[in-house]
Design a protein around this ligand. Structure first.
Ligand code: GDD
Ligand code: MN
Length: 359
């Protein structure tokens, strides 16, 4: 068997016949199977799948009685498959089956191929501006918390293909309904490609993923950040930020008291000194795995780090001022919140820009 297409279903009776037909038509000549993993749908999708199997022998049906969960359904499909290449797609025709062939062709020199809405030629039909914004924002969070996911523009896609060795002996956590993200975080791959897809409108039935998934998503991201050491990186960054405060104050005191420089002039030097020492430490410790070699690159990163640090000071003051003056927050607490905001800004901007890595 060359290709297994895992299709999780829940109440997709209306979509299944057309999906099956389009799979057959577009994969002519390919040795493939379709693994339908149905969670005992009330509309009896599993039963229809069994019936369709008579005309379309490439269908395999797994009916799960005791579980209802998209991610464990996909993992179950993986377990059932013995093919060299495994694909995952939705049953509701939002993912064009005709793209599977192009994705398969790309597998010639890739380990993972993602059906992407965010590369040139990709598109999302129907979604309003707000939903698109949420999706983009969620993608940005994935890129921050799981840097390995930066290999693709659309790590949230539910349409993808991979070589089975990518997940061999890899423990995938079913908590995330974003299985692709889980795979990009933990999988054993080198080459990843994206195939542009148009994410179609759902014509029949309705989406079963509700608001609860958003909270689950954040928890999933934090869990992945723990498992991959990204949280540890954030802690290093924070610790170095703290040393910077002491460098700043120490040099300020030295220049003002011992050298006799006017304190505001001293402050300019002490602030820059702390920025440089922070940069130096982050470069050799926090982000040592993500830097490109060479003195020119090193200088470039130093410049970026300075640019990122620039707004920190006014940002801290503005947050403090707003919290205290408008919301009446105690000024020490306002300062703590200000420091947190500045920390988030610095980490995110430096992670995405200064040390964005070579991908
Ligand atoms: N077995 C099983 N169990 N299948 C399920 C379950 C479940 O509990 N819930 C949903 N499915 C199936 C649906 O039948 C469909 O084939 C597929 O999973 C996707 O479900 P939808 O309800 O259509 O999800 P969506 O359109 O909101 O989200 C899709 O697009 C997102 C991208 O924005 C999914 O592909 C997401 O994974 C993807 O992130
Ligand atoms: Mn859908």
């Amino acid at each position: 068997m060359k290709l297994s297409i895992v299709v999780p279903t829940y109440n997709e009776r209306e979509n299944l016949p057309l999906l099956v037909k389009r799979l057959k038509d577009s994969l002519e000549g390919v040795e493939f199977e379709m693994i339908v993993v149905d969670d005992d749908s009330p509309d009896e999708t599993w039963k229809l799948a069994e019936e369709l199997r008579k005309d379309y022998p490439f269908i395999r049906v797994i009916r799960r009685i005791d579980e209802k969960d998209l991610s464990t359904a996909v993992l179950r499909g993986f377990e059932e498959s013995h093919a060299e290449i495994v694909a995952v797609m939705d049953a509701d025709l939002q993912h064009p089956p005709e793209k599977l062939r192009d994705m398969l062709n790309r597998m010639e020199n890739a380990d993972v191929v993602v059906g992407s809405r965010y590369v040139d030629g990709g598109e999302i039909e129907e979604w309003g501006i707000l939903r698109k914004f949420y999706s983009k924002f969620a993608t940005l969070l994935a890129h921050i918390f799981v840097p390995r996911s930066r290999v693709v523009k659309d790590p949230m896609s539910g349409f993808f293909m991979l070589r089975r060795d990518v997940i061999e002996d890899v423990e995938l956590n079913p908590m995330g309904y974003k299985i692709l993200l889980e795979i990009l975080a933990k999988g054993k791959y080198r080459r990843v490609e994206e195939e542009a897809i148009k994410f179609r409108r759902r014509e029949k039935g309705e989406s079963s993923l509700n608001m609860g998934v958003q909270l689950k998503y954040i928890r999933h991201l934090i869990k992945l950040a723990w498992e991959t050491g990204e949280i540890y990186r954030m802690m290093k960054f924070a610790a170095i930020g703290l040393t910077g405060v002491f460098v700043n104050l120490g040099i300020l005191w030295l220049l003002t008291e011992k050298v006799g420089i006017y304190y505001l002039i001293s402050a300019v030097f002490s602030i820059e000194a702390s920025i440089i020492s922070n940069y130096f430490l982050n470069d050799i410790w926090t982000f040592r795995d993500r830097k490109e070699k060479g003195i020119k690159r090193w200088m470039g990163r130093l410049a970026k780090f300075n640019v990122v640090s620039l707004p920190s000071f006014p940002m801290q003051l503005v947050v403090m001022g707003i919290l205290k003056e408008i919301f009446g927050v105690y000024y020490i607490l306002a300062a703590v919140v200000g420091i947190l905001v500045v920390f988030v800004w610095n980490f995110v901007a430096n992670s995405l820009w200064t040390w964005k890595g070579s991908n």
